[in-house]
Design a protein around this ligand. Sequence first.
Ligand SMILES: Nc1ncnc2c1ncn2[C@@H]1O[C@H](COP(=O)(O)OP(=O)(O)OP(=O)(O)O)[C@@H](O)[C@H]1O
Ligand SMILES: [Mg+2]
Length: 350
Amino acid sequence: MFNLSFSLSLSRNIGIDLGTSTTLIYVKGKGIILEEPSIVAYQKNDNRVLKVGKEAKFMIGRTPKGVYTIRPLQYGVIANFEVTAEMLRYFIKQIFSRYQFIKPYITICVPSGVSEVEKRAVSEVAYECGSRRVFLIEEPIAAAIGAGLPVFEPMGNLIVDIGGGTSEVAVISLGGIVVSEITKVAGDYLNHQIIKYVKENRGLFIGDLTAEELKISLSKRNDISEEDYKEDSFEARGRDRLTGLPIKIELTKNELKEALYDSVVEIASTVKLVLEKTPPELISDIINKGLIMTGGGSLLSDLDKFIQEQIKIPVFVSKEPQYCVAKGTGEALENFDSHSRVLIKTSRSR
Ligand SMILES: Nc1ncnc2c1ncn2[C@@H]1O[C@H](COP(=O)(O)OP(=O)(O)OP(=O)(O)O)[C@@H](O)[C@H]1O
Ligand SMILES: [Mg+2]
């Protein structure tokens, strides 16, 4: 233990949030130094990687024949091992060249409750990328540490991390998860609901990127008057369902709300389910401290207010929610001695 902790103190260590939508890398003393979409663009005939990250995301829906884009993570877990390894190696190489790392220690997050096989896949990817030693951390715990919650105290901390692939709700006490639930109703699902709504109600086919842009752009302006709320709109471009011709239409914030209503009810129900299973002693802490929201999806306009109405306890969106998991992952490794309890140790299998 002493040797490991000493070695860690001398080495450059990195925390990675390997997310379905975004990969973030945190470096001790520097903070988050890489934020890239978890996307790879490939040439079909020879499987050659063409672009990774932002440049690959831009290619979604715009690729010529023979080129395809892959999101190697689905619902928070690795769906394609080779492509994930290739993507992560590419990202780590960028960091290496900037900081001259020699075999870093890596902490990387996994959704709570994933199988041993899925955990092994994540740690192997990090070893493949040149890590000296890999630690895993459960995503809700990393999110709570990153949000500054007292996870090691004997008290209930209720957190919901709304990412691209999953929304995870957990109660954490004494450094462990007491109760948790996970749903696939998260950012990607919301994008699909928007595409469906626009097709059925406005007769327009739009792509994934347009749906996401619409969601984010209409979520940016909070605290506006009721009048502005109705009028606040986004210009969506797509293909007319009947004529097949390109058209543009205005979509309002109210329409976004309508499109996502069932989804936000589902997220609130998942929180309720966790509350129903939480031991009474911890419930009293939660009533006082409320629910903390993290993950990019928690920036959805008025989602916090909606959940608060549903669960009748205060809801707070943490500061920079999309960075909490990455920060927590890095901080756990930085404070190894006090945080080793939440780090799952791994060893290389081959
Ligand atoms: N302002 C915003 N309003 C609504 N949604 C947003 C906003 N900003 C980002 N998002 C959504 O947040 C999601 C990405 O969040 P995050 O980066 O936390 O996910 P992830 O960690 O990659 O996914 P997961 O944790 O499920 O593996 C995307 O679906 C994105 O559309
Ligand atoms: Mg995440």
